[in-house]
Design a protein around this ligand. Structure first.
Ligand code: NAP
Length: 285
């Protein structure tokens, strides 16, 4: 399929969906949703919407005024601030105080939800990058998450609901890791999730590490960790989608460690986001 084939003809009845981010060069949602719209013959289009962080509130007010703008996927740096602007949050968003999907309801209300955690766990179980049967991928596993933002919180919460041994959260700003962990304890009732200072990490202790920071989006970014400190069987996961093979993933593969790339986290939540923002409805004007 060529770039042009993947976009359905846009007419006066086409519903408009966005992918709200800043910058937008790394976003994949428009490619995925427009391909689905074309395949399912849905009269809708998704475009990247770059709203600078300090203009978020004004930008959302503007989008509310557009009669055919129905909803959006949301990513960095807006997930936490946009949650605060929503009139109503679904369970995943309340859990993380972050949204990765918003629906512009007809009564002018903004509804938000977060499907990141579900997407990460479903992607891992669905793709199974390990030699284990799916029911053992997470069982009794020790997991280290880098980052404490919206994505890290969502993943920690979803992992906490699995039969893991423990999840440690480490972050550049340690107080945010502690905040994230308290939130997971409060909502998930699972105390197997702990905050850990970067200088206290025993890298050999983990079965799985997850990069949930933006480190790796750009070629010259520093690495979130040195993979050679990990056990050779440690699964190295990155949630960055573009580039698909981040420096972290490439280094882990070269060193012989199993890897899991970021695209699956979104792939496995596309249906949920599409249903929530109303993108997969037909002929709703
Ligand atoms: P966020 O809420 O802004 O959080 C970013 C986190 O990364 C914070 O904990 C931040 O630490 C840390 N961080 C940022 N820059 C850093 C640096 N230079 N060095 C060390 N730590 C740094 O962002 P998010 O929504 O969680 O998203 C994080 C990344 O995941 C983004 O790159 C996004 O594209 C990707 N993502 C992928 C998917 C997917 O479906 N695959 C879904 C969601 C997000 P501080 O607290 O110290 O600022």
């Amino acid at each position: 399929m060529t770039r042009h084939d993947s976009i359905r003809a846009i007419t006066g009845t086409t519903r408009l969906f966005g992918c709200i981010a800043s910058p937008t060069d790394h976003v994949r949602a428009p490619m995925i949703f427009n391909r689905i719209f074309a395949e399912r013959n849905i009269d809708a289009v998704m475009v990247p919407v770059d709203i600078p962080a300090e203009q978020l509130s004004e930008g959302i007010k503007g989008l509310k005024k557009l009669g055919n703008f129905k909803g959006a996927a949301v990513t960095i740096p807006h997930k936490l601030n946009l949650a605060a602007l929503c009139d109503e949050l679904g369970p995943g968003a309340r859990a993380t105080a972050a949204v990765n999907a918003v629906r512009f309801a007809d009564d002018d209300r903004l509804l938000g939800e977060n499907f990141d955690g579900h997407g990460f766990v479903a992607g891992l179980l669905g793709e199974n990058p390990t030699d284990l049967p799916p029911e053992h991928i997470l069982r009794d596993k020790s997991i280290l998450i880098f980052g404490a933002g919206g994505a890290a919180r969502a993943i920690a919460l979803s992992l906490a609901a699995q039969p893991i041994s423990r999840v440690d959260v480490t972050n550049r700003t340690h107080s945010r890791a502690e905040e994230a962990v308290q939130l997971v304890h409060r909502l998930g009732g699972n105390t197997k999730v702990l905050a850990i200072q970067s200088n206290h990490i025993d890298f050999h202790a983990y079965d799985m590490v997850i990069n949930a920071t933006p480190l790796g989006l750009h070629e010259n970014d520093e690495m979130p960790l040195d993979v050679n400190l990990l056990r050779i069987d440690c699964l190295v996961c990155d949630i960055i989608m573009i580039p698909e093979r981040t420096r972290l993933i490439t280094a882990a593969q070269r060193s012989g460690r199993p890897v899991h790339v970021g695209r699956y986290m979104l792939d496995y939540q596309v249906e949920l986001i599409g249903e929530f923002i109303g993108a997969f409805e037909k002929n709703s004007g």
